[in-house]
Design a protein around this ligand. Sequence first.
Ligand code: PLP
Length: 456
Amino acid sequence: VHPVHPLVGKTAGSAALHEEAARYLPGGVTANIKYFDPYPIAMDSASGARMKDVDGNEYIDYNLCYGALILGHGDPRVKRAVLEQLNRMGTTVLGTPHRLEVDMARTLVELYPGIDTVRFTNSGLEATLLAIRLAMAWTGRPKLAKFEGHYHGGYDQVLISVHPKRRSENRLPSVHPDSRGIPDYYLKNTVVLPFNDLDGTEEILRRHGHELAAVIIEPVQGGFIPPKMEFLKGLREMTRACGALLIFDEVKTGFRVGLSGAQGRYGVIPDLTALGKVLGGGFPVGAVGGRREIMDICAPSARSSDILSIGSQGKESRASDTLFHSGTYNGHPTVLAAGMATIEALRRPGVYAEVEKAAEALRAGMEEILKRNGVPGQTVGVGSIFNLVLDEGPINQIQDILRSELSLRRRIDYALLDQGIYVKPLNRFSLSTAHTPDVIEETLDRFERGVKQTVK
Ligand code: PLP
């Protein structure tokens, strides 16, 4: 069931493109998350805080490619860095070690207290995948613990209990697959924990701690539900005590809640960290970093680097001695040039304070508008990301979101699209340095119109 798309009249181009897309792409999309009923809006161009769709409608963008574009669309410094890199190199990619990957690795080591050395990947998904494999290899243990409602990418090991069912407060989370095709093996070897619930987590870790290779967590759930300090600190202590590695999935929070991510903001240091999104400055990237001795197990020896080469099958070449990590485009210089330019821009004093001030102003304004229009709700967030939750109780984990007014929220989101605020329905709001005070003011006008249109 979906509300009538208020945009149907003015998004004929998106409708037509979706119909054509559905002939060649299952569901008409290349990623399931990009779909919404009755068809997603196809964008054509973007600049700063704004996007234009294929019909010429303009939107203030609060999706920002799922939080990746912290400098907004088409930041000139990022574009210049990419073009300069391409021109200087004379090619698009080298396929060999190069200067920029060393510079970027050093930058991450300087900024992230939990990172001694780094490996690059092409997505956040690959980063968490590698972090988990490192933990399995390091500990020799078979199981992984993850939190209910936490997303780490779309693969077997972690597509578990991301979209849980509602449960009563005195029950602990259950293990269930979020997709068809997840082998039973992963369901049997995954333990699901309740976020921000230290007692519940402790109870489960007491039972399973000895068989866990790692506990992986989004330190800020969904990028917007903040961790309770005693919970995060307690988790650090408990994982240390049971010998499981603590993996922070900072794909969303890295360079978002601060230059040093959630570990910098909260002062809790994981064993391994996964990064992505902002790090790529709008290009596909991921990175895994962590304690040197753990990371070192993926260092190739002369024997193991040959795993895919002819002649590596001999007795003396035991590739399995090391942890295999590879990727044609890992450490892509064009991508890293965009990332370095982004980090440089973010290192300017006061940048985070400014974006966070804009987010605070927007959140306060939205809450005021909800109140004025008799809609019970609040904004929940950290720094420059927040979500709109139509419930007035405390929001500590996914179960609290499931209890909120999701269908009204969806209707408001569709009205916001109609008013020219781009949010993926039910998704969070991300801000960028391009969301200046005048953009915030304009957003609030549009937001009020959207709310009035929904509840009139
Ligand atoms: N981990 C977290 C916390 C994420 O938010 C995402 C993507 O939204 C991922 C991992 C997967 O990253 P990617 O989409 O780059 O594969």
